[in-house]
Design a protein around this ligand. Structure first.
Ligand SMILES: [Zn+2]
Length: 319
């Protein structure tokens, strides 16, 4: 018996065939080609599943379940893709039904951030932590929450949208339409935007004169001692800490896994984050709390998709 796991991003599609214990055996990678629209992407998914099964020497009828993670918002209980920003044309698409029909394998979708959390919980840095939150800070900011060792997705799969907690009234505009939410301030996009806005008025800064400063440029300049770059990361870290403190007070987790490209800025971001997290949460809520880096890297979502397929197959057998 086997399982199929899929990680569908705006740029990359990855499909894996795993054995019954969830160990990845074969991985196929393809560009998503999201700009070519919904049907094209669905055809690519189905083709990539076929290729992965063939490369693995596994027949579709030997596969118990297929799990697929994709950017939110998605509604896992309804099997619906609602409207992910980086998958144009996907609006209220019943992807579970479409993939089940096209592959002959019972298929189950979920939010990619939630599946990354599940992956780290089952096979990575969060094993054994029953109350845990996985926070990713990169282009966007998202989180997956496990309570009592189980994924907590909310009524319609939207739980964990920590990036869209509003922290600054009339702050910068987010892609979601809100102003001053965490993602608009502390994501890679938010850090780059701050550099773009502040650098022209700061002639002494290394960021001054850069046409399209990226978050990495800010990190590089801050490491070299640039004052403006350092203050941008401090500001991002401070707001990230307020959101983390809020999560700590709300969920009282034992463990927070903190990952994503922006976290690689290290202490320039993490020191102010820690300080403001401690200032915005109760000491009692932080008792025993550990904050760790992810162990599975880029594979967390793919491993999580396999673990989700295993979970759903188990439920299907019991019901
Ligand atoms: Zn937002």
């Amino acid at each position: 018996m086997a399982f199929v796991g899929i990680d569908l991003g705006g740029t990359q599609l990855r499909v894996t065939v795993a054995d019954e214990r969830g160990r990845l055996k074969t991985v196929v990678r393809r560009p998503t080609e999201a700009h070519r629209g919904r049907q094209h992407v669905i055809d690519r998914i189905v083709a990539a599943v076929g290729e992965a099964l063939e490369a693995d020497g596994t027949a579709a009828r030997q596969v118990r379940a297929l799990g697929i993670g994709l950017p939110g918002p998605v509604d896992p209980s309804a099997g619906l893709v609602i409207s992910p920003a980086n998958l144009p044309g996907f609006r209220n698409v019943p992807l579970n039904r479409i993939l089940t029909r096209a592959t002959g394998i019972p298929s189950y979708l979920h939010h990619d951030a939630h599946l990354a959390a599940l992956g780290e919980h089952r096979r990575g840095a969060a094993r054994g932590a029953s109350e845990m939150i996985y926070v990713t800070v990169s282009t966007g900011i998202g989180a997956g929450i496990l309570l009592g060792g189980e994924l907590y997705a909310g009524a319609h799969g939207i739980a964990g949208e920590v990036g869209h907690i509003v922290l600054q009234r009339n702050g910068p505009l987010c892609t979601c339409g809100q102003r001053g939410d965490l993602e608009a301030i502390a994501s890679g996009t938010g850090i780059a935007r701050a550099a773009r806005e502040l650098a022209p008025g700061t002639p002494g800064s290394a960021l001054h004169g850069l046409e399209h400063p990226h978050a990495q440029d800010v990190v590089r300049a801050a490491r070299a001692g640039d004052e403006l770059a350092t203050s941008i990361l401090e500001n991002a870290g401070r707001y990230l800490g307020v959101a983390m403190g809020t999560l700590v007070n709300l969920f009282n987790p034992q463990l927070i896994v903190l990952g994503g490209s922006v976290i690689k800025a290290g202490n320039l971001l993490l020191r102010p984050m820690r300080r403001s997290m401690n200032a915005s949460s109760w000491k009692a809520a932080r008792r025993g709390l550990r904050i760790v880096r992810p162990a599975l890297g880029d594979d967390a979502g793919l491993i999580g998709a396999v673990e989700y397929a295993r979970l759903r197959a188990r439920h299907a057998r019991l019901s």
